[in-house]
Design a protein around this ligand. Structure first.
Ligand code: DAH
Length: 339
């Protein structure tokens, strides 16, 4: 037993540890309830009386040495992350990964750029609107369902102050302040009380366009939008215009493009039709021009409004709209575009 204790004394005095884990292993081996020291104390009963004094002293020494050693090894790692001190290389150059533009900003900038090349200027309007600019001036009848609580986030009722449901409100603000010719686009964020899903969100982004002058015709509208679709999706995109209805345009239409996600075969984004609607448009209703102080006998014009999310989904083949709002860097850093 004496030899055994001497060996253990030697072992503990030579012990080293590279991290907390190794110190803990050492503590378990020597000082835990079933550790070596404890076992030796149990065996102490069997030591013949004449040896008890010597063995007792040695045993106590072993116990104290083990405590001291383990405490001192432990203090080496106190307050430090294992290995952190020796792994810091102060000579290493700082490599910061550059941030990337959000895909919605990239696409918004592309849309602005395309229209800028054909003479459109950009303006913005407030996100908090009154009933006049969001609905009444746009010819929405008082009982129109879009005014309903289910679609619109109202801030106050009577007077109705709300989060704009579309960027068409900025058309009104622009026409109130400017006489034709007007050739402008209005990008911005809009709000609707919709359940969030892969295809819909309560916050999204639109770009509204407006062209008012003498002799502006539906042919101009068509030509402008076809030109836009080819610029944004490439020459090969297929385009179709369908008749539609909006209170603020007459006649009204909607433009579809061939689905870029499934290549026209059918998927949940194109609702298995091969076509995706990207914008609403039409000739500005004479009532709307008059509401804004523009003489509808002299001037005509067209307007259109498109969803930036929808266009981005098609361009980048993104199947779930919620990804735009989650800000997961693994998603965002895939869009290294310089626009
Ligand atoms: N404001 C419409 C919407 O949010 C889109 C729209 C349709 C805008 C036709 C227009 C237009 O300017 O002429 O659904």
């Amino acid at each position: 037993m004496i030899d055994k204790i001497h060996n253990l004394l030697k072992e503990i005095s030579e012990a080293t540890a590279h991290n907390r884990e190794e110190v803990e292993q050492l503590r378990l081996k020597f000082l835990s309830k079933k550790g070596l020291v404890s076992i030796l104390f149990d065996d102490f009963r069997l030591v013949p009386p004449e040896k008890k004094r010597e063995v007792g002293q040695l045993l106590n020494e072993l116990k104290n040495q083990a405590h001291q050693k383990i405490d001192s090894l432990k203090s080496n790692f106190e307050g430090k992350v294992d290995g952190a001190d020796k792994d810091i290389d102060l000579t290493r150059p700082v490599i910061l990964e550059p941030g990337t533009r959000h895909p919605l900003s990239i696409v918004r900038n592309q849309i602005i750029d395309i229209f800028a090349r054909i003479g459109y200027r950009v303006a913005v309007g407030p996100e908090i609107e009154d009933d006049w600019h969001n609905f009444s001036a746009l010819n929405f009848p008082p009982e129109h369902p879009a005014r309903d609580m289910q679609d619109t986030f109202f801030i106050t009722r009577d007077p109705d102050i709300l989060l704009r449901t579309h960027t068409s409100s900025v058309q009104i603000r622009t026409m109130e302040k400017n006489q034709p010719p007007i050739r402008m686009i209005f990008p911005g964020r809009v709000f609707r009380n919709e359940a969030i899903s892969a295809r819909a969100h309560c916050i999204f982004h639109q770009v509204e366009g407006l062209y008012i002058d003498r002799n502006v015709s539906f042919a101009d509208l068509k030509q402008t939008l076809i030109c836009f679709a080819k610029e944004i999706f490439g020459e090969k995109v297929k385009v179709r215009l369908r008749p539609s209805y909006f209170p603020f345009t007459e006649p009204s239409g909607e433009m579809d493009v061939s689905c870029n996600i499934c290549g026209g075969v059918g998927c949940n984004i194109c609702k298995y039709t091969g076509w995706v609607e990207i914008l609403g448009c039409g000739m500005v209703d004479p009532n709307v021009l008059e509401n804004c102080g523009i003489d509808s006998k002299i001037y005509t014009g067209f307007a259109f409004g498109m969803g930036i999310e929808r266009i981005s989904m098609l361009k980048y083949q993104i199947k779930d709209l919620r990804l735009f709002f989650e800000n997961d860097v693994r998603f965002l850093k895939q869009f290294r575009d310089s626009w």
